[in-house]
Design a protein around this ligand. Structure first.
Ligand code: 3PG
Length: 397
């Protein structure tokens, strides 16, 4: 039977076709919203979304959903806990739109420094104001703090280095490359940063990170860019800081972003002269969308052809396995079952298992990650199996 894939967001036509050419039934409906999905998803095996929200109701309503591909980087629009409960794979396309997002972040920095949107709006309104718009400071030699040094943060650093900026970065991993220096504490960097650019995922740890206390630390008149997720900023605190400290702010994400692709928009940020908001377009260049779509197609085809999920985000990072049992055995029917039976009789829970074959197909190696230790009697029973060649049993703690 053909795999059924629902694409519930805008997706380049040639990649829709590529899926169809691979004998996949594709339903392409970019107009679907969060509330349409529970009905639309009922009989599909896979959904592809960009920012369309896949909530618990959708996941619960699905009868045969097996894979959700986020055609982009952030997976915060997918209820991963609900997917975990039904054993539905969630994967994404990391790094494929990083350059596009970095370009927008840099674009916003320049736009704020030179007030390009104001310049243009005045010109269109028939006003000439060279005197006013000649007051820009310039970015060369300015201190830039990059918060979040993943794929996007690094692309921002690469471009900022070419601008001659003094770059600092912060992440959970080591800071390397593009002349970026590590900063560990916000109270050291924010008072000296002329530009702060945020590139963090939305997680419980990053929610509201930029709050009133953080804004207090920032330099008056500094530029703040957020092209990541709205959740990382406390928007009320930001609005106060803009008023009190004259921060210049470039946002591609904000509270109350409309779900649809066009229509009206309401936000208190509209009233603030030094805040430029773009329409969540960070990833929306043709080259980035083609790269993301190609990766999405690769993920689906690789899964169909080999069962492997690339960029699988809801695989457990830590399991309850405390021991590893590796058994080399002749590749014959029933051998594996007899090993598993020994563990079953000992009431040992297997967390993960992999059985791979040596070239020639005679011998296989089975690696079992198990919760509790196998006893001497169990190991003896395994060793006594004439089809078992050898075993090892080690603690993982
Ligand atoms: C991402 O996480 O990849 C970006 O936020 C892009 O979102 P979009 O696919 O809705 O443009």
């Amino acid at each position: 039977m053909k795999m059924k894939v629902l694409i519930a967001d805008k997706f380049p036509e040639q990649y829709v076709q590529k899926l169809k050419d691979s004998d996949i039934e594709v339903i392409y409906n970019p107009k679907l919203g969060e509330n349409d999905l529970p009905e639309a998803v009922k009989d599909v095996d896979c959904i592809v979304v960009r920012s369309t929200v896949v909530n618990a109701k959708t996941i619960e309503a699905s009868n045969q959903l097996n894979l959700i591909v986020r055609a982009g980087a952030g997976v915060n629009n997918i209820d991963i806990k609900a997917a975990n409960k039904k054993g539905i794979y969630v994967s994404n396309c990391p790094g494929k739109n990083s350059i596009a997002v970095a370009e927008l972040a840099i674009g916003l920095m320049i736009a704020l420094d030179r007030r390009i949107p104001h310049n243009v709006a005045d010109f269109k309104a028939g006003r000439w104001n060279k005197a006013e718009y000649s007051k820009a400071e310039g970015l060369f030699g300015k201190t830039l703090a990059i918060v979040g040094y993943g794929n996007i943060g690094k692309e921002v650093a690469k471009r900022a280095q070419a601008f001659g900026m003094n770059i600092y970065a912060k992440d959970v991993t080591r800071i390397e490359g593009y002349g970026a220096k590590d900063f560990s504490e916000f109270d050291q960097i924010l008072p000296i940063a002329d530009v702060v650019s945020i590139h963090l995922p939305a997680t419980p740890q990053t929610k509201g990170l930029f709050n009133a206390d953080m804004f207090k630390l920032m330099k008056p008149g500094a530029i703040l860019i957020n092209t990541s997720r709205q959740d990382v900023i406390d928007e009320e605190a930001l609005i106060n800081a803009v008023k009190e400290k004259k921060l210049k702010v470039g946002l591609d994400v904000f509270k109350g972003e409309p779900e649809g692709k066009d229509g009206t928009v309401e936000s208190k940020l509209r009233e603030l002269d030094t805040v430029y908001v773009t329409h969540h377009i960070g990833a929306s260049t043709e080259q980035a969308q083609n790269a993301v779509a190609e990766e999405t197609v690769n993920i689906i085809l690789h899964y169909i052809n080999s069962g492997v999920i690339d960029h699988w985000v809801n695989r457990a990072k830590v399991t309850d396995a405390h021991y590893q049992l590796v058994v080399k055995h002749y590749d014959k029917p029933g051998v594996l079952a007899s090993i598993l039976d020994v563990l079953r009789q000992g009431n040992i829970n297997i967390e993960e298992v992999e059985n791979i074959i040596f070239d020639g197909g005679l011998v296989a190696c089975c690696t079992l990650k198990i919760q509790t230790s196998a006893t001497g009697d169990m190991l003896e029973a395994i060793r006594n199996n004439p089809n078992v060649i050898s075993y090892s049993h080690v603690s993982l703690d």
